[in-house]
Structures are given as structure tokens and as C-alpha cells.
Design a protein around this ligand. Structure first.
Ligand code: NAD
Ligand code: USQ
Length: 397
């Protein structure tokens, strides 16, 4: 298949592009490198030294003989170029990773809220409108998030996107409907993923666009089978207070002797997936595109759930790290229960990698190897949207 990977220079997009290429697909990355510029804006860099995108692509060609293309294009703001690319490439599938993905970054201030909505909603909408204008029957595989369901304790195992509800009709009977699971996003970033869901629903219903929305949990790990093939293929590793995700942050903090930054009592339960499984799921979704017809196919892309405190305890036990309990910078439930249905990807053949001590070791080794690249001053979370804490800060100033 010919596959465009929007956001193919990022943490999930780069290893997914390699995995698709290795599976024999003809891959073109579409990325305007805005994520690398955000590193400059934040004064931070990936813990791992990532090569430029042309160097990465050349290293892949040298190792495997496979060619990957690159289009430097802003999916959210250059509609004509996107349309022209789609018309020329006529892809069988487009994998869409090209969004601003950090909740803290999206909550820094109004400018970051606005730019996150502008980038994410426009990127998704431009893609859908351009596919319709080009008259293509391309399958869209979008990376969404488990966070659209919200992280309050739910009375059900979270279903895969849809909820069957009954309510009274005018004749005193009951009408049954399947609706999108009500969204309850916890940040402007997560809200953009809720808005994406409506765009997909509309374009599937109105224009018959085939869409798979992968509701992915928090990704942990760094390398995949393909990124290990050459130092120039190494994946990025975010550890800073905006883009670093919780388990990778804890592993890196343990490696450099920094007390683990548990927010609040660490009662938050979240869904997780290893980066190696991310790339497998993306391949499974792409290769099963002929199964998508009519309504949007939503699959929960998460393999297990963990409480933040339990992850900190695990890292403490295995690596002897000290655990700190910080005032939570975010507005979120102090503690929640979480159970998730995630059957569809398993039915397609996913055999999940579960968190175990051995697997933590690779990330720790990477963190130790590149510890001198870490700027400890960039570890604390600086985006503050816990309302009580914000009020206290205001009162003091
Ligand atoms: P990332 O920031 O590392 O990568 C995103 C890539 O998209 C970057 O290379 C960036 O330059 C590119 N991009 C962004 N806006 C663009 C635009 N307008 N035009 C062209 N390119 C653009 O993020 P990631 O961690 O790889 O996440 C990828 C997707 O997966 C996101 O949509 C995110 O919401 C989703 N996701 C990520 C995680 C996670 O833990 N990392 C978990 C669940 C879902
Ligand atoms: N947390 C800590 N300490 C830290 C960092 C985070 O206790 O140092 C806590 C947070 O308060 C939160 C939980 O850990 O309760 C998860 O935070 P996170 O930063 O690891 O993940 P999140 O903000 O939810 O976002 C990440 C990705 C995002 C993706 C999402 C999947 O950045 O792109 O959509 O995971 S999910 O969480 O399922 O919505």
C-alpha cells in the first residue's frame, strides 16, 4: 500500500513509518518539523540525540534498501499543498499523527490554547476536506487518545468509542441508540481530540470517508525493532515537564537520581501501551482498512492500566529511586478507577507487551547513556491548571 504518515518525524510517527516501510509499504512522511521547533521554544532537547529527518531517512535506506519520502508541509495551514500531494500520491491510507500532543503545553496560557486548537482541529479538518475534494477512497487512521473518555471513575469498562443508551420516547416507550461515548477531556489538548471525533463522524456520515480512530493510552519505552538498527534511527525521548510522559519521566529521573515527580498522592489510574505495540497497532489498523465502512471504527489502543503511585513504587523497588509527592499542577481527579475494553486490536492479532521489570531496563540504560544531555531545570512541570493552586499563587502575588 502507499501510506502517507502525517507527523512521521515524531515520537510515535517515526517508528511507525519505519515499521510500515519494513512491512513492505510505500511510505511518505509529511511533517513540517514543528515539534523540533517547540523544543527550541521550550529550551529543551530530546534526551536521545535525534538525527535530522533527511539523515534518518538516509540511514534507513542504507540499512534496509527501502526508500521513505518526506514532504515538508504544514497540514494545518497549507491546504492547497496538501490537496496537491493527495492528488498526486493517491494514498491507500493516511496515518494522522500531526497534532500538538502535550496536555501541559496546551494549558500554559491563552496563546498555547489557541495554537493547539488551531493546529489540531485544522490539521484533521484539512485532511478530511482534501480527501473529499480529491475524490479519494483513502483510509484515514488517526491517533486519538483514551483521554477523550475522561478520567473520573466510570461505572462501566470503557467501551471502544460507542455507548448503547436507552431513553424515553414520546409514546412512553424506550428508544435505543448507539452514541459516541460522552467526552470529558481534561485539557485543551484532550478537547481537540474530542472535536476530532465529531469531524470524523460527520465526514464518515456525509462523504463516506473511511476512518479508524485509535484511542491510544500513554506510550512508554523508546526503541522499537527498527529504530535499534542504527544509531541514526534512534527515537526521541521526552523528559521535560511539558512533553515527558509519566513512566518515561520516572525512568529517566531514576537514572539521574532525581526524586520521582508524583503529582498529588498518585491515585490517577491511566491506560498504557509500549511504543513497540504502538507501531504494531498502527500496522494492523492500516492493513485492515477494507473492514471499515459506514461509521467510524474506534479501537482502544491500550494494553494495561496502572496507578501513577504504583508505577513510582515499581521504579523505586527496581531502581531504588526516591519518591516525591508534589502538589498536582493539573485539574484532575485525585484518584480514579479505570477499566478498559480493548478487544478489537487483539482480534486483529495484537499480542500485547506488558510492563515488566526487564523492559524497564532498556529505557533506564538509554537514560543513563544520555544523562549528560539532561537539563534538570526542565524537569519540573510549569503549566499550572489546578484551580485551587492557581488561586493560591494569585493570592500570594
Ligand atoms: P510528537 O509531538 O512527538 O509528534 C507529532 C509530529 O507531528 C511532530 O513530528 C510534529 O512536527 C508533527 N506535526 C504537528 N503538527 C503538524 C502540522 N500542522 N503539519 C505537519 N506536521 C505536524 O507526538 P507523538 O507522541 O508522536 O504523538 C503523535 C500522535 O499520537 C498525537 O496526535 C498524539 O495525540 C497521539 N498520542 C500520543 C501519545 C503519547 O504518549 N505520545 C499517547 C496517545 C496518543
Ligand atoms: N503525572 C505525574 N507526574 C509526572 C507526569 C505526569 O504524576 O511527572 C501524572 C499526571 O498528573 C497524569 C498522569 O500522570 O495524571 C499522566 O500524565 P502524562 O503526562 O503521562 O500523560 P497525559 O498528559 O495524559 O498525555 C499523554 C500524551 C498524550 C496522550 C495521553 C494519553 O502526552 O498525547 O493523548 O498521554 S491518555 O492519558 O490516555 O489520554
Amino acid at each position: 500500500m502507499r501510506v502517507l504518515v502525517l507527523g512521521g518525524d515524531g515520537f510515535c510517527g517515526w517508528p511507525s513509518a519505519l515499521h510500515l516501510s519494513r512491512a513492505g509499504h510505500d511510505v511518505v512522511i509529511v511533517d513540517n518539523l514543528v515539534r523540533r521547533r517547540m523544543d527550541d521554544e521550550l529550551g529543551v532537547q530530546s534526551l536521545t540525540p535525534i538525527a535530522t529527518l533527511p539523515e534518518r531517512i538516509e540511514a534507513w535506506r542504507c540499512r534496509t534498501g527501502a526508500e521513505i519520502g518526506w514532504e515538508d508541509l504544514d497540514v494545518a495551514h497549507d491546504y492547497d499543498a496538501l490537496l496537491a500531494l493527495l492528488r498526486e500520491a493517491r494514498p491507500d491510507a493516511v496515518v494522522h499523527f500531526a497534532e500538538q500532543r502535550s496536555a501541559p503545553y496546551s494549558m500554559k496560557d491563552s496563546a498555547h490554547k489557541l495554537s493547539t486548537v488551531d493546529n489540531n482541529v485544522n490539521a484533521t479538518h484539512h485532511l478530511l476536506a482534501a480527501l473529499v475534494e480529491a475524490g479519494l477512497d483513502t483510509h484515514v487512521v488517526h491517533l486519538g487518545t483514551m483521554g477523550v473518555y475522561g478520567y473520573e471513575t466510570a461505572p462501566v469498562d470503557l467501551p471502544e468509542g460507542y455507548l448503547r443508551v436507552g431513553y424515553p420516547d414520546r409514546e412512553g416507550g424506550t428508544v435505543e441508540r448507539e452514541i459516541l461515548y460522552p467526552t470529558r477531556p481534561g485539557s485543551v489538548y484532550h478537547m481537540t481530540k474530542s472535536l476530532d471525533q465529531l469531524l470524523f463522524q460527520f465526514y464518515a456520515q456525509n462523504d463516506g470517508v473511511r476512518v479508524t480512530d485509535l484511542h491510544q493510552g500513554i506510550v512508554w519505552g523508546t526503541q522499537t525493532e527498527e529504530t535499534r538498527l542504527d544509531p541514526a534511527l534512534i527515537n526521541r525521548f521526552d523528559y521535560d515537564g511539558d512533553f515527558g510522559t509519566v513512566l518515561n519521566r520516572f525512568l529517566m529521573q531514576a537514572a539521574i537520581g532525581y526524586p520521582l515527580t508524583v503529582h498529588g498522592i498518585g491515585g490517577q489510574t491511566r491506560a498504557f501501551i509500549n511504543i513497540q505495540d504502538t507501531v504494531r497497532c498502527v500496522l494492523l489498523a492500516v492493513e485492515s482498512g477494507d473492514q471499515v465502512e459506514g461509521r467510524v471504527r474506534i479501537m482502544n489502543q491500550a494494553t494495561e492500566t496502572h496507578r501513577v503511585r504504583d508505577l513510582a513504587d515499581l521504579v523505586h523497588r527496581v531502581l531504588g529511586a526516591e519518591v516525591a509527592q508534589l502538589t498536582n499542577p493539573r485539574a484532575e481527579a485525585v484518584a480514579n478507577e479505570l477499566a478498559v475494553r480493548a478487544d478489537k486490536l487483539k482480534e486483529l492479532g495484537l499480542d500485547p507487551i506488558l510492563l515488566e521489570e526487564g523492559l524497564l531496563q532498556e529505557s533506564v540504560e538509554i537514560a543513563q547513556r544520555y544523562a549528560d544531555r539532561c537539563d534538570r531545570s526542565r524537569i519540573p512541570a510549569t503549566a499550572l491548571w489546578n484551580h485551587e493552586r492557581r488561586a493560591a499563587v494569585r493570592a500570594r502575588s
